[in-house]
Design a binder for this molecule. Structure first.
Ligand SMILES: Cc1ncc(COP(=O)(O)O)c(C=O)c1O
Length: 395
């Protein structure tokens, strides 16, 4: 990996120390060019006409994303963002009173809210498998729950938004496949950060966003839908004229492939850019991306943990590129603001972003620092020394 070249290909690297890749990463030049190029075309020839002109490039975007996920283009639906993908998939399951959803204590906040909304509306029971002592879900307990409760759905967030944990989604996939149980994975934080194969994970649905570690644009995401889910006839609760054909006054027919989860209107420039971002990651190599990002994060945990007044909060057998810490005397929003004044981008997580995890860690939030492969050890040193100065100023 030529880091100098990759940084030169990323205009934002010249402006800031960007350590907020778990929020939205910096787009590389080819991704930016794809969006700008399509916007220019739309403004010259018209939006619908531009779409027709780039038909082949749109088909390629499906191919690149499918290659990234180790599946075929027919199993990919583009969406506006990860949550749109997730709820479209969730809405496909015909929950009945008494059905069980098995999930984890680390699933994403919006997903937790949606499980609770389903409990409220349909009377489903939400069961969260306990954690293992080493952090992350206890796989034995998860298997016990799946075996005893025969859930309607198992849903797991691969990498949470609020800590560096990586959940073993493939092990849980094997449990679901053995019992033919519908399995959803939220890969919003993991796509573009490490190699992902939907076959290996064994999921029916996988939702992702474009703007995070994949380095695509805001306002785009996608959903993987397995052949099993398609064959079972799973379809979103509210398909539109892209997801289905209205073939008789009282009859509609869902699209045969994952497009049944799409809706008609798209910002096609963002779809094209998502495809370009997937190609960019594939060409770099997902193993290389993961190794470098995780190594940078591991170094950062060591330097932050060495600072008086800083507690690193990540806990798990395997840790990702997301580093979380609580800093004595500082609330996360104040810290983020001070760091941003120093041209260092991070984010703050509040208790309500992860009530279970943060209550257990006894913190009311965390500073989240999320490097990517294009960051440098020098940038991390600058961040650590800024945190040191800020803590010292209030000790
Ligand atoms: C784990 C996880 N899932 C889902 C989402 C939601 O993604 P989006 O904002 O693209 O809907 C996020 C966003 O931070 C996330 O971290």
């Amino acid at each position: 990996m030529n880091i100098a070249e990759l940084r030169a290909d990323t205009p934002g690297c010249a402006e800031r120390i960007h350590l907020n890749n778990a929020g939205a990463s910096l787009m590389p030049k080819p991704v930016i060019a794809a969006i700008q190029g399509h916007l220019d075309l739309e403004s010259l020839v018209g939006g619908y006409e531009a779409e027709a002109e780039v038909k082949n490039a749109i088909a390629e975007a499906y191919e690149h994303v499918a290659e990234l996920m180790h599946t075929s283009p027919a199993n990919i639906a583009f969406t506006e963002h990860a949550t749109a993908a997730f709820v479209a998939a969730l809405s496909a399951i015909r929950f009945e009173r008494g059905d069980v959803i098995v999930t984890t204590r680390h699933d994403y906040v919006s997903n937790q809210i949606q499980y609770l909304a389903l409990a409220d509306r349909f009377g489903v029971e939400v069961l969260r498998a306990p954690n293992a002592p080493e952090g992350g879900v206890d796989l034995g307990a998860m298997e016990g729950l799946i075996h005893r409760k025969r859930p309607r759905l198992v849903s797991v967030t691969h990498i949470p938004t609020n800590s560096g944990l990586v959940q073993d989604v493939a092990a849980i996939g094997a449990m679901c496949r053995a019992r033919d149980i519908t399995y959803m994975v939220d890969a919003c934080q993991s796509v573009g950060q490490l190699p992902l194969s939907v076959e290996e994970i064994g999921c029916d649905f996988l939702s992702a966003t474009s703007r995070k570690y994949l380095r695509g644009p805001r306002g785009a995401g996608f959903l993987y839908v397995s052949d099993r889910a398609l064959d079972l006839g799973l379809e979103p609760m509210f398909p539109d004229l892209r997801g289905a054909d209205w073939i008789a006054p009282d009859l509609y027919q869902p699209a045969p492939d994952a497009k049944r989860f799409e809706t008609w209107e798209f910002a096609w420039g963002l779809v094209l850019a998502t495809g370009v971002a997937a190609r960019y990651a594939l060409d770099l190599g997902l193993e290389e991306i993961r190794d470098r990002a995780w190594e940078l994060a591991a170094q950062l945990r060591v330097s932050l943990a060495a600072l008086d007044g800083v507690r690193v909060l990540d806990h798990g057998a395997q840790l990702s590129a997301t580093v979380t810490a609580s800093v004595r005397g500082w609330s996360p929003p104040d810290l983020v603001r001070e760091l941003r004044r120093r041209r260092i981008n991070t984010t703050g997580q509040a208790r309500i972003d992860a009530v279970i995890d943060y209550d257990q860690k006894n913190v009311d939030g965390a500073l989240r620092v999320s490097p990517h492969y294009f960051n440098t050890p020098d940038e991390l040193e600058t961040l650590a020394s800024a945190v040191h100065d800020l803590v010292s100023s209030r000790l």
